[in-house]
Design a protein around this ligand. Structure first.
Ligand code: F6R
Length: 613
């Protein structure tokens, strides 16, 4: 949801800040791509220059020949539009009347209408429809009365209501960048002779792996040799807060793949293995299971793909640990917060660790005394930081907007939690537990085999599906959350409408749409005969109405009567089924998008890390 980055550098450390700004911003493009812009202090003249327009970063960089400039310090922004159409005027950075102040912002300033009136009464002229522009003018206004620009900045942020990550550049202090964080994420990359402030880790990786995750309501400034952070008027010490991230710069690059989405699908065997080994050699899963064991009520929440992982968790908790779990979509937390108490535990699943809906659910539950367990992929992000216990997936940076590798690593981590609890509660013996862990150690291999074995069939299926307008994805048992995830992937990158239902539910309405050739994908995740028989019935019902029936699942499903097209995964124990079934479906979504001429890394209207409600 908007990516911002700023750098200030000593000439010795970095000859030209622009090259970094462009590179750093491109690494945040998954956060929005409606418009892009750069504001920097030009090396030769010391003047503030702003270059911005609608469109993707590369288009703006090329149009304004951005890399031909030299800058000592600068800020940049890639936008996911909230207030105002995605056009040039609304692109960030926004400047004040004097042309000396430039600001980039991620978030929403709720009281911007009143602030704008306040500023217009004082003669400020606005050039955009955005909420952000008030920040530049407020700073300009307070510079009239405050001799110290930092005081003017503090006064500025004290006027703002809402959510924000802000970076502000003031031409009279060319090597200083002011920043502030409330709700929207912001990190500092600490370097030698330079410092960076950014929305997310991938953008700082080319220059440093040392980060400070800013906390809510912190603000301050960076200079090439200085980081200064304040909280409520008090200077905070930050050196002991530096975290060194283990991700490498290559992790955040395409490594020869045409798209991040494909690279990240292909990385699944490795990252599943890394998540498995990371979790088996740490106490994270055990600590989380202990918290669950102490609770009377267990909730799991997340948005989108993370919610689907939560549904898989609820399934394994029921099956293995015989423990009921209440799953809810995080933006719906208000319907559930009355159930929160000291006796409850909430598992907040979030790849980014920053999704605002999930964060709000967490805070609402925490306020009522519930214990919180985060399942996240990003170290030091807000959701883990505000939780009592954290289970980290080790998927590395996920840049493709559609979540792929993080889903299966979440499933793996959550399954391990359910298994651990089942063992603690005596539902599975130590021996059974060990056997299950041994099985799960194969998750990565199973994913790799699933990818290799299905690639050709997936390609043929793409030809059959790419002209369709709508697809159903049906499953039973474990197949239901996997079907939800498959449908989400297909619709968000290929723009073909895809809808998932429990297969039995299809008779209660959805079947009305079936006509000749309507594609229905059945996810066969449950190995049992009973499930097989029920799905057989569903396939025949669809077939009788002319549907084009596809099965992705255990080999036994591929042999059912009435199946038109099948992708078999061999016979897997139910605990390994997700790793075999999901990769072919992710590949299907990816290949559909590419065959239809869409960029799967940047689906329209979407952005990764949703930090607005
Ligand atoms: C779908 C997708 C989104 C995210 C959702 C939650 O492919 O990527 O649905 O899963 O926005 O994001 P996190 O997990 O970062 O909280």
């Amino acid at each position: 949801m908007c990516g911002i980055v700023g750098i200030t550098a000593d000439h010795e450390a970095l000859a030209n800040a622009i090259d970094y700004l462009v590179n750093g911003l491109k690494r945040l493009e998954y956060r929005g791509y409606d418009s892009a812009g750069f504001g920097f202090i030009e090396c030769r003249t010391g003047r503030l220059i702003v270059l911005k327009d609608k469109g993707k970063i590369d288009e703006v960089v090329e149009k304004y020949n951005v890399t031909s400039y030299c800058g000592v310090a600068g800020i940049a922004h890639t936008r996911w539009a909230t207030h105002g159409a995605p056009n040039k005027a609304n692109a960030h950075p926004h400047v004040d009347c004097s042309g000396k102040v430039a600001v980039v912002h991620n978030g929403i300033i709720k009281n911007f209408v009143e602030l704008r009136e306040f500023l217009e009464e004082r003669g400020h002229v606005f050039k955009s429809d955005t909420d952000t522009e008030v920040i530049a003018h407020l700073f300009e206004e307070f510079l009239k009365t405050e001799r110290d620009p930092f005081e003017a900045f503090k006064k500025t942020i004290s006027m703002l209501e809402g959510a924000y990550a802000i970076v502000l550049l003031y031409a009279d202090q060319p090597l200083r960048l002011y920043f502030a964080r409330k709700v929207s994420p912001l990190i500092i990359g600490v370097g030698r002779g330079f410092n960076i402030v950014s929305s997310d880790i991938p953008s700082i990786l080319p220059l440093t792996r040392n980060i400070i995750a800013l906390r809510d309501d912190e603000y301050g400034y960076i200079e090439p040799y200085m980081v200064y952070i304040e909280y409520k008027g008090q200077k905070t010490s930050w050196r002991q807060r530096i975290t060194t991230v283990t991700w490498s710069v290559e992790d955040a690059e395409k490594a020869g793949y045409p798209h991040f989405m494909l690279k990240e699908i292909m990385e699944q065997p490795r990252v599943l293995y890394e998540t498995f080994t990371g979790l088996t050699s740490s106490n994270e899963v055990y600590d989380a299971a202990r918290l669950i064991n102490e609770a009377d009520y267990v909730f799991v929440t997340g948005a989108g793909t993370s919610y689907h992982a939560g549904l898989v968790f609820a399934y394994y908790m029921s099956r293995l640990a015989r423990t009921p779990v209440i799953p809810f979509i995080s933006s719906e937390y208000k319907s559930y917060e009355s159930l929160a108490s000291e006796k409850a535990v909430l598992i907040a699943v979030s790849q980014s660790g920053e999704t605002i809906d999930t964060l709000q659910a967490l805070r609402a539950f925490k306020a009522k005394g519930a214990r919180i367990i985060a399942v996240s992929n990003v170290i030091a992000s807000t959701i883990p930081r505000e939780s009592d216990s954290v289970v980290y997936t080790r998927a590395g940076p996920e840049i493709g907007v559609a979540a792929t590798k993080t889903f299966l690593t979440q499933v793996l981590a959550l399954t391990m939690m359910a298994m651990q609890l089942a063992n603690m509660r005596g539902y599975i013996s130590d021996g059974e537990y060990k056997d299950m862990v041994e099985l799960l150690s194969r998750a990565g291999r199973v994913a790799g085999e699933g990818i290799n074995a299905s690639t050709r069939e997936v390609e043929r299926l793409v030809d059959a599906l790419k002209k369709k307008h709508s697809i159903y994805v049906l499953g039973r048992g474990l197949g239901v959350p996997l079907a939800y995830e498959a449908a989400l992937k297909i619709k968000e990158v290929s723009y073909i409408h895809a809808e998932a239902y429990p297969a039995g539910e299809s008779k209660h309405g959805p079947i009305a749409l079936i006509e000749k050739g309507f594609p229905v994908i059945f996810v066969g995740a449950e190995p049992g005969e009973d499930y097989l028989e029920m799905i057989q019935g569903n396939i025949l019902e669809m077939k009788a109405r002319g549907a084009f029936t596809i099965v992705v699942g255990h080999d036994a499903y591929t042999k059912l009567e009435g199946v038109d097209y099948a992708i078999g995964i061999g016979e897997q124990p139910v605990i390994l089924a997700p790793y075999a079934i999901i990769p072919p479906l992710q590949l299907l979504a990816y290949k559909l998008a590419v065959s239809l001429g869409y960029d799967p890394d940047k689906p329209r209207n979407l952005a990764k890390t949703v930090t607005v409600e």
